[in-house]
Design a binder for this molecule. Structure first.
Ligand code: ARG
Length: 280
């Protein structure tokens, strides 16, 4: 995977310029146009995840597509028995009836159970161009017996967050950004080092587009990253042997390119907002 991406390095500049025009996967073409915009760009360079580590991860489905593999377009994670955290860009402009939440399926083969949505709580400061406040909570119509993921709050952030911390990212998105049919049936994960916002904001990286309420993770050489279809999913790390949620898959530039680190919503900055959202 690494060598492949080094070879692709020369194409990086050109691809970056036209990444908006990059071919979208045919399965997404079956869906309405606005669904395509939701999943801009799966795990690249990763491996099959151990499902027992990600029981709280769910697939967001386009409710009008019968086949779950084609219907999956984003991810989310349980933060309480009835609340799923995701990215704002995965649910913006969509009604509760247009989305369903698939739980208990690490493979998109029809296993698991879909749950209806009672209410979508979108952060009202979400900015679709800067991706600021790319966070939303989906309140479910029924509760589940799944243990939620522990999310990181503001008090812990500075002690635990540091450069090179191992960040685990997981999803069913594209495994190859240059192949529109590389979506994964099985949940994949990858481990990527956390980067400082300063590094991530350099002109050859994301050039000042990374805000305080975001963080970056990825290898300088690229090759491992989240990609189209992974959005709204988790970026976790291990503390005291326990998985802690640090981020939500938000945006990037193509996937896995050198220095184009993946960008995540910094969940610790939203603990007050989250507490209010889950109380609704
Ligand atoms: N926005 C994408 C989605 O909707 C995820 C982007 C992550 N990209 C990246 N290169 N890390 O699925």
């Amino acid at each position: 995977m690494r060598t492949k991406f080094t070879l692709f390095g020369a194409l990086a500049a050109a691809l970056l310029l036209c990444h908006v025009a990059l071919a979208k996967p045919p399965e997404f073409e079956l869906a309405a146009k606005r669904w395509m915009n939701k999943a801009e760009f799966k795990i690249v360079g990763g491996q099959d995840a151990d499902p027992s580590m990600y029981r709280w991860q769910v697939a967001l489905l386009n409710a009008s597509v019968p086949n779950v593999f084609y219907a999956q377009y984003c991810s989310g994670m349980f933060i309480t028995a009835t609340a799923v955290l995701t990215a704002a860009h995965c649910v913006e402009g969509l009604s509760e009836k247009e989305i369903s939440v698939l739980v208990g399926a690490s493979t998109l083969d029809g296993t698991g159970k879909t749950i209806d949505i009672r209410k979508i709580v979108l952060h009202d400061g979400y900015n679709s161009s800067s991706k600021e406040n790319d966070i939303a909570v989906i309140l479910l119509a029924a509760s589940t017996a799944i243990d939620p993921v522990t999310w990181l709050d503001t008090n812990h952030e500075d002690k635990l967050f540091s450069e090179n911390l191992d960040i685990y990212v997981s999803g069913w998105g594209l495994t190859d950004p240059f192949s529109s049919n590389s979506k994964s049936k099985s949940l994949k994960d990858a481990v990527v080092p956390m980067q400082t916002n300063d590094t991530c904001n350099r002109s050859d990286a994301h050039n000042k587009r990374v805000l305080e309420s975001m963080f970056c993770a990825g290898l300088h050489v690229g090759g491992e990253d989240t990609c189209l279809g992974d959005s709204g999913g988790p970026a976790t790390y291990v503390a005291d042997g326990k998985r802690m949620l640090a981020g939500i898959v938000s945006w990037g530039a193509v996937c896995g390119l050198p220095k184009k680190y993946g960008v995540y919503t910094r969940v610790s900055r939203f603990s007050d907002w989250l507490r209010e959202a889950i109380s609704r």
